[in-house]
Design a protein around this ligand. Structure first.
Ligand code: CP3
Length: 341
């Protein structure tokens, strides 16, 4: 098996720096768009054979890991908060959360019941991968999931989320406890089904000050990560806008800390500590630049990592829909050849 991704997560020496991209399956690939003409996003997620097919699509580009095709919002439906992906708008939660009574009604589900299709997809993908590259599972972080539940969709200022957080501490705490317990059980179940690493995507947590993060979110992220880190596979903890939060996110947990593109990787790693692996951190929009410019940026990331054991090359956030596939492929090859030990 190509295990350089798992080796880097464990800070073991590798022959070349491993590469994968967040959101590596998606609209920038023609074969994904072709499937989406026939199926909705939720159909792709809920049909294990289709989720498997999409998961495999980016492997032809030469990435060193596969990531399960699913979405961080999937647990919300069985918890009692159904949603849809509206065309051009992103996710829409049908009845956003505004009161304690609604939070009390949310169910702490058994993932084997409410999310059995994801676990089945993992088993299907592991068979199809046949050991070629490892499979990464994932879930949303509690702040990010809460923000979709409360805002009802995407948000610029997270004002409703923060209002609940500041004004209704009892409601906030119950919501975070329920989300954290569901995510803990869900990640455990994914690992049991065959996920060989897992990533917690707390994408929007960088909206909080360090003090607020520690008070309102960190205990709940800890609840998830402390437990999942005992399951025997690497755990990646990722957020964006996290320059100030990195040490607190590290304290919350994760063997590997994901770094967005705004923080220089060398500086981030020094602050996190070399007893942790890091993942990142090229700006996703650099993939729209001419290839020589994109290569220069990739090289900068490799130089910042100094060939130290424990670096997983990735973007600082998900790959964007219009990204040229040829550049993606060329950067994967370039990182592999430039990092050869
Ligand atoms: O990385 C992968 O290849 C696996 C697939 C994956 C998806 N969503 C599929 C998807 C992953 C890891 C996610 C995570 C996710 N979903 C996050 C965290 C990562 C991040 O980017 O911050 C978030 C915040 C979501 C919620 C979500 N899902 C939003 C806001 C949207 C709409 C915005 C958009 O990009 O269109 C989605 C839809 C979604 N999830 C798509 C994909 C491929 C685009 C879908 C389509 O219409 O085909």
């Amino acid at each position: 098996m190509n295990d350089r991704f798992l080796r880097a997560c464990r800070r073991e020496p590798v022959d070349r720096t491993p590469v994968w991209f967040m959101r590596q399956a998606g609209r920038y690939m023609a074969e994904y768009r072709a499937l989406r003409e026939k199926h909705t996003l939720l159909e792709l997620c809920k049909t294990p054979e289709l989720a498997c097919k999409v998961t495999m699509q980016p492997l032809r580009l030469g990435v060193d890991a596969a990531i399960l095709f699913a979405d961080i919002l999937l647990p919300l439906e069985p918890m009692g908060a159904p949603f849809e992906f509206a065309k051009g708008e992103g996710p829409v939660i049908h009845e956003p959360i505004a009161h304690l009574e609604q939070i009390e009604k949310l169910r702490v589900i058994d993932p084997h019941e409410g999310l059995g299709y994801v676990l089945e997809a993992i088993r299907t993908i592991r068979k199809e991968l046949d050991g070629k590259v490892p499979l990464i599972g994932f879930a949303g972080g509690p702040f990010t999931l809460a923000s979709y539940l409360i805002e009802g969709g995407k948000s610029a200022h997270f004002a409703k989320t923060k209002r609940l957080m500041y004004a209704e501490p009892v409601a906030w705490r119950l919501l975070m406890e329920k989300l954290a317990e569901v995510v803990r059980l869900y990640l455990r179940a994914q690992i049991e089904a065959g996920a060989q690493a897992v990533q917690l995507f707390d994408s929007w947590v960088g909206q909080l000050s360090v003090e607020d993060y520690r008070e309102y979110v960190q205990p709940h992220s800890k609840h998830i990560l402390n437990d999942v880190m005992k399951a025997g596979v690497p755990v990646i903890h990722f957020g964006t806008g996290t320059q100030a939060l990195l040490p607190s996110m590290r304290d919350a947990g994760g063997h590997v800390i994901g770094i967005d593109w705004k923080t220089p990787l060398a500086e981030a790693w020094e602050r996190i500590g070399y007893d942790h692996a890091v993942q990142g951190n090229m700006d996703p929009t650099v993939l729209f630049a001419p290839l020589d410019v994109a290569k220069r940026h990739a090289k900068r990331v490799l130089i910042a990592a100094e060939g130290r054991a424990g670096h997983v090359f990735n973007l600082g956030h998900g790959i964007l829909p219009e990204t040229p596939v040829a550049t993606v492929q060329a950067i994967i090859d370039y990182v592999h050849s430039e990092s050869e030990r």
